[in-house]
Design a protein around this ligand. Structure first.
Ligand SMILES: [Ca+2]
Ligand SMILES: [Ca+2]
Length: 349
């Protein structure tokens, strides 16, 4: 008990900024992708450990960029991914999802349910013309109604769904067929603890989604609260059957449009945009599905690994190492952290 009290006192002295458990490895300068005043938006990794990120704002053509060797190259090469460029001049969310075979889904919230869209690219960067109309699904129809997509994930359960969290009040998750874009039917209303009173029954958008086929569970980031939806008869063909939603990790509400959640099935890890510590410093929670414990990535201002707003994140592996890459919005960088120790929760108490 004395040790717990001592550590708690130390955390108080440190101003409540939790120490990071993941070690900063490197920054990747992405300013060449946003020379016109744009910013980095979302990030995802494919199964080979290549990184893909979207840009927004600025005056130039907005598109997807790919980094094939984020760890092994000292100064990684930024390569334009898709042909032709997605070309979405917009200040709104441009979010990514990637399936196991390297198909890249790009969702665009145009601020208008009639014109929002989702594009599907093959791994070579060309549109998959079997999806939607010639590769573009617009409008995004969920359970018969047009919606604005806020975050997406591929649900790899054999049914091949793309899950879509909406930014249309009240907030929902819907699904479309990942092959055709066809409406996937019934919706699930999403909740979180927006008023931070400990009860996660508030209507809240999920900025970030993942589906774990082993647990048949949907994870979501409810503006910094880590949520999990399951059901005794849960089926992706009727999302309303995911009727049990629990809050796994509770944090002070972080008002962000970052697509802040990812899932690494091989390691049973979830990473999500979790906390705003010292001024503008984002932290990433890395949650172990097996131990139900959480470690943190991200450092205070002035230190390597400072995440200066943003916070879109992705887990990936290179060799035997596990990494998390995070968008640092105001520095136009990706901050990379490595798991250098087993996930444990000791320092949290
Ligand atoms: Ca509440
Ligand atoms: Ca909260």
């Amino acid at each position: 008990m004395k040790r717990i009290a001592l550590v708690a006192l130390c955390l108080m002295v440190l101003g409540g900024f939790a120490s990071a458990e993941w070690t900063w490895v490197k920054s990747i300068d992405c300013s060449n992708a946003v020379t016109d005043g744009g910013r980095l938006k979302d990030i995802q990794a494919d199964s080979s450990g290549s990184l893909y990120f979207t840009t927004y704002f600025g005056s130039a053509t907005r598109r997807i960029w790919k980094i094939a060797n984020p760890i092994t190259e000292t100064t990684p090469t930024l390569a334009a991914f898709e042909t032709p460029a997605a070309d979405y001049n917009s200040s709104n969310a441009a979010t990514l999802a990637i399936n196991a075979t390297g198909d890249v889904f790009l969702a665009m919230d145009t601020n208008d349910t009639a014109t929002a869209w989702i594009k599907k690219y093959k791994s070579d960067g060309t549109l998959d013309t079997t999806f939607g109309s010639s590769g573009t699904l617009s409008p995004v129809v969920l359970n018969g109604t047009n919606h604005r997509p806020r975050s997406i994930c591929f649900a790899d359960s054999g049914s091949g769904k793309l899950l879509v969290a909406t930014f249309s009040w009240p907030y929902y998750i819907g699904a479309v067929d990942a092959l055709t874009g066809a409406d996937g039917g019934a919706l699930l209303a999403t909740v979180g603890d927006s008023d931070d009173n400990g009860t996660a029954t508030d209507i809240e958008v999920w900025n970030g989604l993942a589906y774990d086929p082993v647990e048949n569970a949907i994870y979501g980031n409810a503006q910094a609260d880590l949520m999990k939806a399951t059901g005794t008869s849960a089926s992706l063909s009727d999302l309303s059957t995911f009727d049990s939603i629990t809050m796994l990790q509770s944090n002070t509400r972080l008002n962000t449009s970052a697509n802040g959640l990812c899932f690494l099935p091989s390691e049973n890890l979830i990473a999500y945009t979790a906390l705003q510590g010292t001024a503008s410093a984002i932290e990433i929670g890395v949650y172990s599905i097996l131990t139900e414990l959480q470690d943190m990535a991200g450092e205070p201002a002035g230190y390597d690994g400072y995440i200066n707003s943003g916070g879109a994140c992705t887990l990936f592996t290179q060799g035997s190492s596990v990494y998390v890459a995070v968008v640092s919005y105001y520095s136009n960088t990706l901050e990379i952290f490595a798991d250098t120790s087993a996930v444990d929760n000791w320092s949290r108490y």
